[in-house]
Design a protein around this ligand. Structure first.
Ligand code: GLO
Ligand code: NI
Ligand code: NI
Ligand code: NI
Length: 404
């Protein structure tokens, strides 16, 4: 109540799809030419694109944006030139941030497109690829700090394997752990205190990604003593590719204290890859908001539209419609989720379902008053478990009434 849309939702526009997307998909190159691009990868064109991008975000009224190093600035002939190009464009980004008040939700480095990363970045069999990746993250961290970015994202890209017969898994995982420690150390060194986020994703682009889902990532972080430094950036379409729902991933992260931010999009029931569609499904956004509200919001994270308009019939104006549709879907989801929480019935069903834990042996177990032997004595006396009602019928009836 009394809050503006901007205060409820830290909506963010992604540079890579919205200003760089051309409608390419795994089966064909781009179909659309952006009117703001002159068709070259020149620095001048990149600087000009920054102005168009900020005009768009300003008109949309979104408070944040996010980018990879390579979205905003072209590579040069060597690392030195690449740094220089990046700095020139970052000057323009900084000026536009100051002019408009639009902020950087997070920065990141693209360590998956260039052929040098064909075997991965930190997990590459080529040590020079690791070294180049270190430079990319070092520079991207400096830039993210300079632009006031509130988080820094690591999506694994090609951090995985295609074939176990030629892969030393232990070595690759150790290298990934080492890489993250170097990043944590460097952030500390330069005083970047934004949140580090891992964005889990299975299957793409490698057969088996080391960052498959949030549970894989948490286990990895714990194994390498990194869990204090990272939270998750969850993406809807990644959750479904892993065989989960987005709400499952949100609950898993919320429960484990690693819910950081979301890449908002939706998958497609009939398509098998990361189609990055704009979210328009109220059931989905309601479920997301139920979990996000339950865990007290996203903190320094946001709702980042990692989504693109469809390949066919794409006009620049569609970019407005698409983002507005996504924002409306989240606003509607928030309203429904808030109503469900205010009504309190669902919480009550959950509470009743676990009632046996509130007293008697349940309460004693929770208070650590039992071991296997005392529980055996209890059960030998009692004989067996008496089945209890799950309240499922009432729950379904209630949900039906609520949505219909
Ligand atoms: C790919 C990911 C990707 C990340 C981006 C930021 O499927 O969703 O777009 O969000 O690289 O790390
Ligand atoms: Ni994403
Ligand atoms: Ni994705
Ligand atoms: Ni994406």
């Amino acid at each position: 109540e009394g809050k503006t849309m901007k205060e409820h939702f830290r909506f963010s526009v992604v540079y890579w799809h919205t200003f760089r997307g051309t409608g390419s998909d795994p089966f064909g190159p781009g179909t659309a030419v952006r009117p703001w691009d002159d068709g070259t990868e020149s620095v001048e064109n990149a600087v000009n694109r920054v102005k168009v991008a900020f005009e768009f975000i300003e008109k949309l009224g979104a408070p944040y944006y996010a980018f990879h190093d390579r979205d905003v600035a072209p590579e040069g002939a060597n690392l030195k030139e690449t740094y220089k190009n990046f700095d020139t464009v970052v000057d323009a980004l900084e000026a536009e941030q100051q002019r408009t008040g639009i902020k950087l939700l997070w920065g990141t480095a693209n360590m998956f497109s260039n052929p040098r990363f064909m075997h991965g970045a930190a997990t590459s069999c080529n040590a020079d690829a690791f070294a180049y990746a270190a430079c990319s993250v070092k520079k991207a961290l400096e830039v993210t700090k300079r632009l006031g970015g509130e988080s820094y994202v690591f999506w694994g890209g090609r951090e995985g394997y295609q074939n176990l017969l030629n892969t030393d898994m232990k070595r690759e995982l150790d290298h990934l752990g080492k890489f993250f420690h170097l990043a944590v150390d460097y952030a500390k060194e330069i005083g970047f205190d934004g949140q580090f986020l891992i964005e889990p994703k299975p299957k793409e682009p490698t057969k088996h990604q080391y960052d498959f889902d949030s549970a894989h990532c948490l286990a990895f972080l714990k194994s390498y003593d990194l869990d204090k430094h990272f939270k998750m950036n969850l993406e809807t379409n990644h959750a479904t590719l892993a065989g989960h729902t987005m709400q499952h991933e949100l609950e898993y992260c919320g429960t484990n204290g690693i819910l950081g931010s979301i890449d908002a999009n939706t998958g497609d029931l009939l398509l098998g890859w990361d189609t990055d569609q704009f979210p328009t499904n109220y059931y989905l956004t309601t479920e997301c908001m139920l979990s996000i509200l339950k865990f007290g919001g996203l903190g320094t994270g946001g709702v980042n539209f990692d989504a693109k308009v469809r390949r066919e019939s794409f006009e620049p104006l569609d970019l407005f419609y698409a983002h507005i549709g996504g924002m409306d879907a989240f606003a509607k989801g928030l309203k429904i989720a808030a109503a469900i929480r205010a009504d309190g019935k669902l919480d009550q069903f959950v509470k009743e379902r676990y009632a046996s834990w509130d007293s008697g042996v349940g309460a004693e177990i929770e208070a650590d008053k039992h071991d296997f032997k005392t529980l055996e004595a209890y059960m030998l006396e009692k004989g067996d478990v008496s089945p209890n009602s799950s309240g499922r019928q009432e729950l379904l009836e209630h949900i039906f009434n609520m949505y219909m």
